[in-house]
Design a protein around this ligand. Structure first.
Ligand code: ZN
Ligand code: ZN
Length: 220
């Protein structure tokens, strides 16, 4: 592969321009390694040094420079590292605070919504109770009359021969009166329809709540 042969040539430190000649110098003008032919050619008038000379200088200066980097630069960079860590921690703390706030708000809004629905359900219950009270009263009256008529008709039917004569007449009179009253009871006669007022829910309150939730994020 081309890339691996290039890497190999680089590893051998040979010149690309001059038949793989050994690179023995460094041109400071062009900032590249050069071979003996390069030196005679276009780099002849440039500022160049032999790699041997450069290395002699590097071996003298580099250890000192590396020590300098370790003692005075790396501590600062490590400090910067910990400042990054601090930023990451701070962001996460901010998230946790926000999460706690939002969960608090969530609970508060759920409670408010529950209360709105509970209030509405109670209101409907009361309205229904008021409307059905009349039906219940009439039903109770009619039930009494039905029970009375049941007893009375059973008695007049079964005991007609043994009852005192006056009692028979009184009982019959009372039976007919009660029967007439009972027959006047008609469930259809009473128009007690439960009216649930417009807006089953307090929609404005719900909309206000949604607005408040939006605003929570605008305040930031
Ligand atoms: Zn060359
Ligand atoms: Zn050059």
């Amino acid at each position: 592969m081309a890339t691996s042969s290039e890497a190999f040539r680089f590893a051998l430190h040979t010149c690309e321009n001059h038949d793989q000649k050994e690179l023995i110098g460094y041109c400071k003008t062009c900032q590249e390694k050069i071979c003996s032919s390069c030196i005679k050619g276009k780099h002849a008038t440039h500022d160049w040094e032999t790699i041997t000379d450069i290395l002699r200088e590097k071996k003298r200066s580099l250890p000192k420079e590396c020590k300098e980097i370790r003692t005075s630069i790396l501590p600062g960079l490590r400090g910067e590292l910990s400042r990054f860590d601090t930023k990451i921690k701070e962001e996460n703390v901010r998230f946790e605070q926000t999460e706690a706030t939002l969960n608090g708000s969530r609970q508060s809004y759920i409670s408010k919504i529950n209360r709105l629905f509970d209030d509405k359900i109670n209101e409907c219950r009361q309205s229904t109770d008021a409307a059905t009270r009349i039906y219940k009263d009439k039903r109770d009256d009619l039930k009494q009359k039905v029970e009375f008529l049941d007893v009375m008709t059973t008695s007049l039917d079964a005991d007609i021969d043994t009852l005192p004569e006056h009692d028979i007449l009184d009982m019959e009179k009372e039976m007919r009166e009660e029967l007439e009253k009972a027959l006047s009871y008609r469930a259809d006669k009473y128009m007690c329809i439960t009216v649930f007022l417009p807006g089953l829910m307090d929609e404005q309150a719900l909309e206000n709540m949604i607005g408040e939730i939006h605003n929570m994020f605008m305040e930031e």
